[in-house]
Every structure is written in C-alpha cells, then in structure tokens.
Design a protein around this ligand. Structure first.
Ligand SMILES: CC(C)(COP(=O)(O)OP(=O)(O)OC[C@H]1O[C@@H](n2cnc3c(N)ncnc32)[C@H](O)[C@@H]1OP(=O)(O)O)[C@@H](O)C(=O)NCCC(=O)NCCS
Length: 158
C-alpha cells in the first residue's frame, strides 16, 4: 500500500485534479467545472490524496440530506492498485458520517468492473440500473452502502 495524506482540495489544486480527471475519464468533467467547484461555488466536496506533496487522486462527495453521493473518484494511472482509492473512499465515508449522512450512493459504468470491485469491498451493493445514464449511451449501475462503510477485511454487516 502507498500511504497518502488526505485533505480537502483547495483552488490551488485545480491543475492537479484536472490532470487526474483527464487521465481517467473520457469525456472528462470540464476543467471549468472543477475550477468552479474548487472556488467553493458548488456543494461538491473534493478530497485530495497526496504523497510527497503531490496529488495522486481525488474523490468528490455531495450531501443530499441523509445520503452522500460519491460523485467522482479517480487516481493517476501510475499510482493505481496501491490502495490510494481505498484510502480516499475510507476518508469519504468518515466525512459523510461526520456531516450527518447515513448512507452513500454512487453510479458506475456497467463496464467498469474494476471500480465496482473496489466498491463491493467497502460494502456497496447494486441497487438499480439507469439506462443510458452516460452521454455515450452506456448504462450505470447504482450502488449503495450504509454508513459507516465496511472497511476491507471487516466482516459483512448484517
Ligand atoms: C477505480 C480506481 C479509482 C481505483 O483506484 P486504485 O487506487 O487503483 O484502487 P485501490 O488500489 O484502492 O484498489 C483496492 C481494491 O479494489 C479492487 N480494484 C481496484 N481497481 C481494480 C481494477 N482495475 N480491477 C479489478 N479490481 C480492482 C481490487 O480488489 C483492489 O485490491 P488489490 O489491488 O489488492 O487487488 C482507479 O482505477 C481509477 O482511477 N480508474 C479510472 C477512473 C474511474 O473509473 N473511477 C471510478 C468511477 S465510478
């Protein structure tokens, strides 16, 4: 595992977050959206995972009443499969609980089996499917988990 420090992103992180986004998604979120969000002009909370001062990944949360939506999570390709997203997800779960949420939901491309495997490790299970959710026509699985998130290695919650 690559230990990372997790904190809230600031406006100074726009370039770093954009670099991760651009390397991770097609199409990426527009850079202007990231700029707006990090300027505090939306209710999206961005968490950065850093090592040696460099942002290697980020996660985005949105509070919707008792639900927290995990709106995005991504890690630079060179640093994947080293536990960075797991540390981000664990932190996102803690913060969601702290701000009063009881459960977390997310959408994932039906083809994104790697991300879905990660979410299952943290106790997420499929709760539905949204047809043609993505602009290219791909469906999304909706996945949900109760908070606090189950951490990998812990037993199943009843
Ligand atoms: C999905 C993503 C965030 C995972 O980040 P990561 O830092 O590599 O994840 P972790 O190292 O914490 O993975 C923990 C576990 O999740 C599972 N997992 C993660 N990525 C996986 C993959 N590509 N294939 C299969 N299992 C995977 C594995 O069980 C992994 O443990 P292991 O490495 O011991 O096998 C990263 O691949 C990414 O940025 N992808 C592009 C963006 C994206 O698809 N985001 C999700 C949008 S819904």
């Amino acid at each position: 595992m690559l230990p990372v420090e997790i904190d809230f992103c600031s406006p100074a992180d726009v370039d770093a977050v954009w670099a991760v986004e651009e390397a991770s998604f097609w199409p990426p979120w527009p850079r202007a959206v990231i700029e707006r969000d990090l300027a505090g002009e939306s209710d999206y909370l961005y968490l950065c995972a850093r090592a040696g001062g460099r942002a290697l990944g980020f996660a985005v949360l949105q509070k919707r009443g008792l639900w927290a939506e995990l709106a995005n999570i991504a890690v630079l390709p060179l640093y994947r499969k080293r536990g960075v997203a797991s540390q981000l997800l664990a932190a996102a779960g803690e913060i969601a609980s702290e701000i009063g949420c009881r459960a977390m939901s997310l959408r994932v491309r039906v083809s994104n089996t790697g991300a879905a495997a990660l979410y299952r490790l943290f106790g997420f299970s499929p709760a539905g499917r949204e047809r043609e959710y993505y602009a290219d026509g791909e469906d999304a699985f909706i996945m949900e988990a109760r908070l606090p998130l189950r951490l990998p290695g812990e037993g199943e919650q009843s």
